[in-house]
Structures are given as C-alpha cells and as structure tokens.
Design a protein around this ligand. Structure first.
Ligand SMILES: *Cc1c(COP(=O)(O)O)cnc(C)c1O
Length: 383
C-alpha cells in the first residue's frame, strides 16, 4: 500500500500547471469578441514575443496542440513537390519527415543517431547536394532523446548554403528552457505549444514568422490555419476563429509570472535544474542518453541492460503519483525521461529524484539510498 497525496508531472508535457493559471482558466463566461478579451490576447502576444526573440512582429496564437502549428507551417510555407530538408534525430524529427511527405514535398533527411546532435558539416553537405531547398525543418529540443540542437550554429550553416531557404524550428519543448531567437538568429518560423515550457494545459500553439517568411507564403489550399488571415485578425487581438478562451486567460496568467522574472532568468533556472538532474545519473547507477548538447528541458536516462523500464515508470506512478516518461520506439523500456520544464522548481526536482531513487532501490532489492538526492541538492547548492 502507498499513500499518494497528489499527482506530480515529470513527463515532458503536459507540465505542472500553477494554481493561478488553473484559477484563470476557470473563468468560463467570456466572449472573445470584446475589447477586454482583445487586450488580453494582445498582451499575451507581446509577452510571448520575448520568449521567441520576436519584437518587431508578434507570435500568433492558434487553437490546436503543438502538432497543429507544425502543420500550419507546412501548409503555409511549402507547396507540393518543393524540396525540403528535415533533421531526424528522434521521434519529433521523424514527425516533420512524415508530415512533409504527407504534404507531398520532396524530403531529404539528415538522419542523426538518437542521442546525438546534428553535425553542421553533414547538414551543409546535404544542403549543397539538394537543389532549390525551400525550407529546412528541425527541432530546438528533441524531446525523445533529451538533446537540444544548436540552432544558432545550424541556422548560420543553412543561411550560408541556401540564403533564401526558410528555417522552421519546432521549439515546442525548447521554449522557456532554452534560447531560440527568431530575429537575432535570422530564423523564419518558430513554433511552440502551451503544455510544455509555458505551463498550461494542452490546446494552444504559437507560431512566430519572420518578414522573409511572410514574403514566402505558398499557394497551397488552406483554411483553418491560414496564417495570413490570422495575422490580419490578430493585429487587434481578435482571432480568425473562436479561440480556446479559457486557455488564453490561463496563458495570460502564466506569462505574467514568466515575464516577472524574464526569459534570461527562465533559461538559467532550467539550466540549473538540468545540471542538477544530470548529476544524479552516476550515483543512481544510470547513464545519460544524450552524448552532448544536453537539454535544459528534460533529462533522458539510459537504463542498465535488462532493467525493466516499463515497470519503473509504472511503480513511480503507483507508489508516488509521479508521472515520468519511458523511451519511445527502439528505446521503449530502456530509457527514463524526466522533465524539468515550465513551472518546475528546485523542490519538484529533488522530490522527483527521491521518488526515482526509492523505486530504483526497491527494484534492485537494496536498502541504501540517498546518493542521488545528495548529488541533486549539492549541485543546486553550488550554482
Ligand atoms: C510535444 C512535442 C510536439 C507535439 O506537440 P503536441 O502538442 O503533442 O501536438 C512536437 N514537437 C516536440 C519537440 C514536442 O516536444
């Protein structure tokens, strides 16, 4: 028997939702075509901009999960038969590939072994081998492997090889935890979702588009995700369709909290938690799955050979109400992913490590524990 007092989310989305956000989302009797609501939506767009590195224009708010914003990018910025490049270093890179193929683009893929970061020289080589690249699609943070891609460096290489190609970044699990700077790094489309770094329930996505992007809209048929139409409506805070009003009220509350400390602090906070989380791998007898470019958003632990990963996730959930994520595809049962993303604080991290350590100890039939928690706490004390 165990007494579980509450659910604790350590999965890489949805992430914990703070009480003031929950409270804000419970205001259900709102009409979206009012000046009052427009002001809130506009303020959200301005505050979101700070996290996207977009200040001249503002990110658009869409009602969909993150994948909807990915689809919006594909519909608005590619046409059938366009040559596009994707970087596939995990489940989400694969999603770009599948989606672009479904939309009949000619997809050339840079395949990156899981756990590694894309090699700039390899990317340049593929760019040079591919004629008329319309756009390059990649992740800021590959959630299935815990690798954060070096977007600034990759974007420089893409620009050098194909000056007019659009750079489209899925920053769904990257934003708030890592820098992604649309204007500063000359990116064209950066998109994100509500249930990762922004600490909301799922249901909203965000998409920021550069001037170059707006000048390269494609002529595909589209309707719900017609970004030019959204842009025109959202200038005033209105939306083309009925938005998820309650989530926008929640977004406003979440962004107020995030804005108080600012994007730089948020990134430093996530780095600090990620450093502390990684420091527990060795004392816990685990390995880090990522070989380099460790994510600030989540840590992927590789489990020892023969260890029952499925059972570990299940026990964490049953014994502590602690929701971790396992591995996907060929890493199923062999990996444990722990997020430290969004409104996760130091004590959350320490409690997650404690839960993990207790379950590992139990599964190994041992009675000694504490080294993992000690590593986490001492890492936090140092930085
Ligand atoms: C979560 C996630 C998505 C998918 O978003 P949904 O909201 O589930 O549609 C896409 N890309 C990355 C990198 C993610 O982490």
């Amino acid at each position: 028997m165990s007494f579980v007092a509450k659910r604790r989310l350590f999965c890489p989305g949805p992430t914990p939702v703070p009480f003031e956000v929950v409270q804000a989302t419970s205001d259900v009797n709102v009409y979206h075509r009012t000046e009052e609501f427009y002001r809130i939506a506009l303020d959200c767009r301005v505050k979101l901009g700070a996290f996207f590195g977009q200040h001249r224009d503002r990110p658009l708010i869409l009602t969909s999960s993150g994948t909807g914003a990915m689809e919006a990018a594909v519909q608005n910025f590619t046409a059938a038969n366009d040559a596009v490049i994707t970087i596939n270093g995990g489940k989400f890179g694969e999603r770009w590939m599948k989606m672009l193929s479904a939309y009949q683009c000619q997809v050339a893929t840079l395949t990156v072994p899981w756990g590694q970061s894309p090699d700039v020289t390899e990317l340049t080589k593929l760019m040079n081998q591919t004629a008329n690249v319309r756009a390059v699609f990649l992740q800021a943070n590959e959630t299935s492997t815990g690798v954060a891609f070096p977007i600034k460096e990759l974007a420089l290489a893409i620009r050098a090889a194909a000056p007019h190609a659009l750079i489209v970044v899925d920053a769904i699990s990257g934003l708030v935890a890592q820098e992604v700077n649309l204007e500063g790094w000359d990116l064209d489309v950066v998109l994100s979702g509500s249930q990762k770094g922004f600490g909301l329930p799922p249901g909203l996505s965000f998409i920021a588009v550069s001037e170059r992007g707006w000048n390269h809209l494609s002529n595909r048929p589209r309707f719900y995700f017609d970004l030019a139409r959204e842009r025109k409506e959202q200038e005033t805070g209105a939306t083309a369709w009925t938005p998820a009003t309650t989530l926008i009220l929640g977004l406003h509350a979440a962004l107020q909290s995030l804005h108080k400390v600012g994007p730089d602090f948020c990134i430093a906070h996530h780095k600090r938690l990620a450093d502390a989380c990684r420091s527990t791998a060795e004392p816990l007898g685990l390995k880090l799955f990522a070989e380099s470019h460790h994510s600030n958003s989540l840590t992927a632990f590789a489990l020892p050979e023969g260890f029952e990963g499925g059972k570990l996730v299940k026990r964490l959930r049953e014994r502590f109400g602690a929701i971790f994520a396992g591995g996907q595809d060929h890493m199923k049962g062999k990996m444990l992913r722990m997020a430290h993303l969004g409104f996760t604080d130091e004590l959350d991290l320490v409690s997650g490590i404690a839960a993990l350590e207790l379950v590992l100890t139990e599964m190994r039939g041992s009675k000694t524990a504490g080294a993992g928690v000690a590593a986490a706490v001492s890492s936090l004390a140092k930085h």
